[in-house]
Design a protein around this ligand. Structure first.
Ligand code: BG6
Length: 476
């Protein structure tokens, strides 16, 4: 157990939902198994509807963990489940929840912890429309005292509603209490971008417009709606993936050296980068919708919600002027990948003509065990000076078998418990990213159809000069 962490009451809103089952409970269980949770903690699941008795809820959590984590340690799981209960609450009525939180805190008090020292972690995994009323309720019930609030994306639905949400938060808590979570920032492989880029003399000097021709941030998913039709109808791919995960990835790839991992330095540097994004050109944005989306449960039969987005972004600063960043993501696509490709410029030599068609790229696969490929041009063995393609490959999982990667939510939950906000997003970053995408919400590009299992509409495939790596040069 981590002795230094104060006693905690964790309240998970949306505790019977998909995120809680797939990520939050597994993350918390793994932290418990690794002894990383506080000595004193309880977890109160909450939501509008009761899942039954506490025992029934615990059984649901256990069944979920059997599916997601698999082999559960008997002692750990018994102790973990013993700390879990459920209390219904809504934005209109949080009195019972508040009473349950206080009761739990007093029980710690009986065990020696002072109630005033108990910290509250309030995890709000709620639809955007429910967020503000719930925050108001938490304040009315006095639950925001001593609390850290974890807010799930999307932070609002557009620039205005995000500003309203932010104002509502600032009315009741300090910014230092707010943890806007973007789980991509908790991924081991994403954080590895920083190590790769800033710790290597080979890469750091090449990380700019002089050496790089373009950057691709490509996150296709084979996954379709899987019961999330109604969420997608109100959110769409632009808000779900682009203004959040993909832009945050771009931030990490492109920001200036923050000098330190201190939260202020990292977030200042990222905010500065986002400030330099050129207004998006609608001509270089493609929206798509997979064939069959309108037949999904809870989807309107004439829906024009986008399930796919590809776009070209330019960053107006000295490092990146002239380097297009291509972002692409979508559901029901050919593969599930999270791939960042930095394409090098061809050196201006006349010595080795004809090098152009062979990829010269640094490719980061953001898998749990990060994989890195460098495609280079080499001499074809033989009597002539012809070129061929060859690759250096690094699989960090094989290379560092004793590493202990944490799953993204596990890592970020631990950061919240420790009060570490470096890998959470700040209000000004979120505001700026809404400013960037708002024109696409106001004047939506036409939504083009694409086949399930494809790489998206042809117009998106044609967007990249030299072609996308995935579904393109990688296969060549
Ligand atoms: C979520 C999005 O935030 O991230 C989903 O809402 C998406 O639509 C998911 O599928 C992808 O996350 P991961 O960790 O599976 O790559």
């Amino acid at each position: 157990m981590t002795e230094k962490l104060p006693a905690h009451v964790l309240v998970l809103f949306g505790a019977t939902g998909d995120l809680a089952a797939r990520k939050l409970f597994p993350g918390l269980y793994r932290l418990a198994a690794a002894g990383r949770l506080p000595h004193d903690y309880v977890i109160i699941g909450s939501g509008r509807n009761s899942p039954g008795t506490d025992d029934e809820f615990r059984q649901q959590v256990r069944d979920g963990l059997d599916d997601t984590v698999g082999d559960l340690d008997a002692d750990v799981i018994d102790d973990f489940l013993g700390r879990i209960s459920f209390q219904t609450a809504s934005s209109d009525d949080g009195a019972d929840l508040a009473a349950a939180v206080r009761e739990a805190e007093e029980a710690f008090d009986d065990e020696g912890a002072d109630t005033d020292d108990v910290r509250r972690l309030l995890y709000l995994s709620l639809p955007p429309a429910a967020m503000q009323p719930m925050i108001a309720m938490l304040h009315t019930e006095g639950l925001t005292e001593r609390a850290r609030l974890v807010i799930e994306k999307p932070f609002g639905l557009d620039l205005q509603s995000s500003r309203e949400l932010d104002a509502a938060l600032k009315d009741v808590v300090e910014e230092s209490q707010v943890y806007r979570i973007d789980h991509f920032l908790g991924k081991e492989a994403v954080q590895n971008i920083l190590a790769l880029r800033f710790a290597n003399g080979l890469f750091e000097p090449a990380w700019n417009a002089k050496s790089l021709a373009s950057v691709q941030i490509d996150v296709p998913e084979t996954l379709a709606m899987e019961g999330r039709g109604s969420f997608y109808e109100s959110t769409g791919c632009l808000r779900d993936m682009v203004s959040t995960h993909l832009c945050q990835l771009m931030g990490f790839v492109a920001f200036e050296d923050p000098d330190s991992l201190d939260e202020k330095c990292v977030r200042d540097s990222k905010a500065e980068l986002f400030g330099a994004i050129r207004p998006l050109d609608r001509e270089h944005v493609v929206f798509g919708q997979y064939d069959g989306y309108r037949d999904e449960p809870d989807v309107a039969e004439d829906s024009d919600v986008e399930t796919f987005v590809a776009l070209e972004v330019h960053i107006d600063n000295d490092r990146w002027r002239g380097v297009p960043f291509y972002l692409r993501t979508g559901k029901a696509m050919a593969q599930t990948r999270r791939t960042i490709t930095l394409r090098f410029r061809t050196p201006e030599t006349t010595l080795l003509r004809g090098a152009e068609p062979i990829p010269d790229e640094l490719v980061l696969e953001l898998t749990d065990d990060p994989k890195i490929t460098i495609d280079v041009r080499a001499k074809m063995p033989g009597p002539t000076m012809d070129l061929t393609g060859a690759s250096f490959r690094l699989d960090l999982g094989e290379e560092v078998p004793h590493g202990e990667p944490l799953e993204a939510y596990e890592r970020l939950l631990l950061d919240v418990l420790n009060g570490e906000r470096t890998f959470f997003t700040r209000a000004d970053e979120v505001d700026r990213l809404w400013q960037v995408i708002q024109p696409l919400l106001d004047d939506r590009p036409e939504v083009l159809p694409y086949d399930k299992g494809s790489w998206g509409p042809q117009r998106a495939i044609d967007l990249v000069e030299g072609g996308w790596r995935l579904g393109g040069s990688e296969e060549s």
